[in-house]
Design a protein around this ligand. Sequence first.
Ligand code: ADP
Ligand code: SF4
Length: 706
Amino acid sequence: MARNPRYDILFEPVRIGPVTARNRFYAVPHAAGMTNSMPHMRAKFRETKAEGGWGVVCSGYVSIDPSSDDAPLPFATLWDEDDIRSHALMTDAVHRHGALAGIELWHGGGSVMNRTSRIAPMSPSGTSWMATHVNFMGNQRPRAMDTHDIRALLTWQAEAARKARRAGFDIVYVYAGMGYLPYEFLLSDWNQRTDAYGGSVRNRVRIVRELLEVTRAAVGDRCAVALRISLEELRSRPSDAAPSEAHEVVELLADVPDLWDVKLDSSPTDCAPSRFAPEGSHEPIIEFVRKLTRKPVVGVGRFTSPDTMVGQIKRGVLDLIGAARPSIADPFLPRKIDEGREQDIRECIGCNICISSWHDAVPVRCTQNPTIGEEWRRDWHPERVAPSGSTSSVLVVGAGPAGLECALTLGRRGYEVTLAEAADEIGGRLRFETRLPGLSAWGRVLDWRRGQLQRLPNVNIYRGNRLSADDILELGNTHVVIATGSRWARLLYSALEIPVGKLEGPEVFTPDDIADGARIEGPVVVYDFDNYYMGSVLAEHLARAGHRIAYVTPAGHASAWAIMSNEQPQIHRALFSAGIALHTLSRVTAFERGEVTLAGQFTDTATRIACRSLVIVGARFANDSLHAGLAVRPQDLAAARIQSVTRIGDALAPGAIVHAVYSGHRYARELDADPATLTYRRDAPLGRRPAAAPVLAARKDQERLT
Ligand code: ADP
Ligand code: SF4
């Protein structure tokens, strides 16, 4: 199909200093959990984006010196010759498809703990980041930088920039964002210096200017020099010389970098979940930058709609459409727009499971795109699947995320697929969950698959068909896939941190009961030890229905795991503004006579709170009775010529939607495959030899001089 001329502007080349991006699609730097220890996975993952049409594809954050060590979070390094070769794999791969490769050089300053290198961290004035959440806490405070440290920082940046050029990068970054070292100089709270690098905005900007200058001197006219900067806090600070300190900073540096990459300050606002922020949420903070510089500006905003992208450019907000999450959910997004196939874009749902992968220090995972991170390791391409290895027919029972993804991928492979769903509508858990506060964008998991399935004549969907074991035997397909989901349990929670002690009763509910339309009376206690979104989102949902709600959890925070998906700060704000009472570190031990009894998770305290409906959001168990019923009938299976019965998704092991989609996809990829061809390659650093000496020698000089 031909491209819609309305979108032609997105495919105009953009000059960035000495290099030219072939179009306006810019895959910004983002962590993907693949460090230099997984160079082949990393290269293939980024190559896939270049193949999918992104004009620029950037690395994640890359440390310029061992004094910037974010372990155990997965960061890359550019410290020595082996590191150059490791990154060159990615630049070669990206260049093969005509894209530019960018590298985000990074020093974490007072935000890192240097747990591996054990070098004392440093920040402009010895100010430390004292995070509210244990995942980011450390107990070594940074030392204040002296002038020698500032010279050393400039030297490390220049050396890393030279290495970046040798590794083949086209765009080399100075990174003054997200609480990292140059950002710490920009903000007066971090920077209380009294020398030329502290005090006025002009002084606080000095280090960023010098970093840009040494980078340019190092790369010469071969590479562009980009500045990535967080402007949220600066924009909130008044300035005598400009509308805000952010304006003043941008005015002072206006044409110094070749490219402005503008963003917000903390992961939860910069990479905000769709539950709390719409597409384009950065615009109110960054819209002014374009007016103060002649250099191109790139920014993000979970852009998936080409019309929104065109709007950003035409309104003079951005020159390049930046994307991290949309490029993960669909590495082929630009190409689909180019080919007039916008309806095929697998739109990011803003769930932030990808971010949680970084927090978990593992390769990136995505709810929408099960192939991400598996391009090299399992040889999974997001747009191509192997044709079916047989004429087998497959029955998929259950059309939730697992069954839908499974049926779709089997259908793309050419199998004859029957997808049977008990309910009148497909979607499984999404039927209910997307109606909960803030979760409507998650409906894209269903919408995209429904749209794709409609084009596959070899997949037949039967709604309103609850199948029994006998029905399945009668249908007699070659393979049967059980994707029947899971049920929430009415179990309580013990001091041993496991679910125990069933609590039955007409006023005890689970999320399934609420999905089924149970009548809830207030006051309501939502008891959450699932720790992800369901507990807090149901509390919000029931509060909107007018009930008085108490939210109880044995964890220290509401939706404690949601710190991993950047949602937790907003969840706390949402519960607070809905007037929901919060009881953390508390377990429900009894519910009788209109009262719930709470025990302290670590103490013997007992508290009673009024309750007419108790909603337990805790353990879940697989709906695997169909599977169990078939497993005990091997002769009947043989008579029906059924060769395999396999559980996938929640029916195998209850999890988040990301697990269900992945499970369904993997089954479909691997059906009939020769086991010898099923790859699960283990990556390894590229020919790394012990190379500590040069780096440590430099460090020793540095410490002696300090
Ligand atoms: P998953 O996340 O693993 O996809 P879901 O709970 O979202 O699981 O979806 C499971 C789907 O399976 C639901 O839509 C449910 O109605 C359907 N289902 C459960 N049992 C049967 C059955 N016996 N026959 C057909 N569909 C079923
Ligand atoms: Fe988007 Fe969720 Fe995929 Fe991240 S994991 S790219 S937020 S769909």
